[in-house]
Design a protein around this ligand. Structure first.
Ligand SMILES: *Cc1c(COP(=O)(O)O)cnc(C)c1O
Length: 344
């Protein structure tokens, strides 16, 4: 087997979901957009549904279609992009609940699928999705007469607990929704950790389920091991990789492992990433190639068969830090070439 081995711990995802739900003390609807953050919407959705998740969020109706096939008719599936032109059939046939985010979408929904459940997204300052105050004020009465199942908004800075944007958005959300008697949702993973004021009736954890910050107590979900394809000795002064950007400062032994930027190990990791042999760090050298990374294994007592890039000594967030990005992007970039195995 030449490709990297990506192992996904579904039971850790379920544990993280239960931990976040018990922190929030309200229903926690897993966010499984972007193929469950790259880990597989089918198996992840099924594991969470089997563990008792009754509501899910996806980004697009197309993802809802895939999730519905995986989890069957029971769970409610809510679509964050709302009701886009051409979505009516998928929404109806798959029983998806759009979170409409504009008057245009609300009109489209009420005209094309009268009586079909929907929710409403409100913008409280992020300026990404949802109706703003004036728009909401203009249509609230009509919208509320059609019994929306949820009023929701999204926090822009929830991963920074002391950011003044958090109480500002909370206050605005309350002003826009207080007294309307419709279930409400404001928080993703970060907001769950901000405390009970932010929880309302439903929370929407994503990254925390998959073992990422800001949920510090998350159980790790992913390990990634890369087989060694070839090992060689270099004399002091020899170079390695594209552009000759690394030069041996001592007689060295280099291992070439099988994954590269086409597999989500971003090229920005060049000269910055460390792989692990058990608890021994082995620095990568030179540039990350499309399918290959070169690693300095001089200090190992024996040649390794594989090296670990995500595991006990390197979390997705530590890898992200080395790449200059966030854990979310590390996960969603994991390529399709790995041999995937699921732990139940
Ligand atoms: C992606 C997303 C979430 C989940 O966010 P995490 O930070 O991954 O927990 C929740 N709500 C909305 C609207 C989102 O776009």
């Amino acid at each position: 087997m030449g490709t990297g081995r990506l192992s996904i711990d579904l039971s850790a995802i379920v544990s993280n979901w239960k931990a976040l739900a018990s922190l929030a003390r309200v229903d926690a609807a897993p966010v499984v957009k972007a193929d469950a953050y790259g880990l597989g919407i089918g198996p992840v959705g099924r594991a969470l549904a089997n563990a008792g998740a009754r509501r899910f969020f996806v980004a697009y109706a197309e993802e809802g279609f895939t999730l519905r096939r995986a989890v069957g008719p029971g769970p409610e599936i809510m679509v964050l992009s709302g009701h886009m032109a051409g979505d009516a059939r998928a929404l109806a046939e798959c029983g998806l609940t759009p979170m409409v985010n504009s008057v245009e979408q609300l009109t489209r929904h009420l005209e094309s699928l009268p009586g079909h459940p929907f929710g409403i997204q409100l913008d409280t300052g992020m300026n990404r999705l949802g109706m703003e105050w004036a728009e909401w004020a203009a249509v609230a009465e009509i919208a509320l007469s059609q019994n929306p199942v949820l009023l929701m908004s999204h926090l822009a800075c929830a991963d920074e607990p002391d950011h003044p944007m958090n109480p500002y958005q909370l206050d605005l959300f309350q002003q826009m929704t207080d007294g309307l008697n419709v279930p409400r949702s404001l928080s993703a993973t970060g907001g769950i950790l901000l405390g009970p004021d932010y929880h309302f009736d439903l929370v929407r954890p994503g990254i925390g389920l998959y073992g990422g910050l800001p949920f510090e107590h998350a159980q790790p979900v992913v390990t990634l091991d890369l087989p060694v394809i070839q090992v060689r000795d270099l004399q002091e002064g020899e170079v390695a990789g594209y552009g000759n950007t690394w030069q041996a400062q001592r007689p060295s032994r280099l291992a070439t492992v099988s994954a590269g930027y086409a597999d989500g190990l971003l090229r920005s990791l060049s000269h910055r990433v460390t792989l692990w042999h058990g608890d021994t760090p082995c620095p990568a050298v030179g540039r990350v190639s499309m399918d290959l990374i070169i690693v300095d294994v001089t200090d190992l007592p024996e040649d390794p068969e594989a090296l670990t890039v995500i595991g006990p000594n390197q979390s997705i967030d530590q890898l992200a830090e080395a790449a200059g990005t966030i854990g979310y992007e590390v996960l969603t970039s994991l390529g399709s070439r790995y041999a995937r195995s699921l732990r139940e």
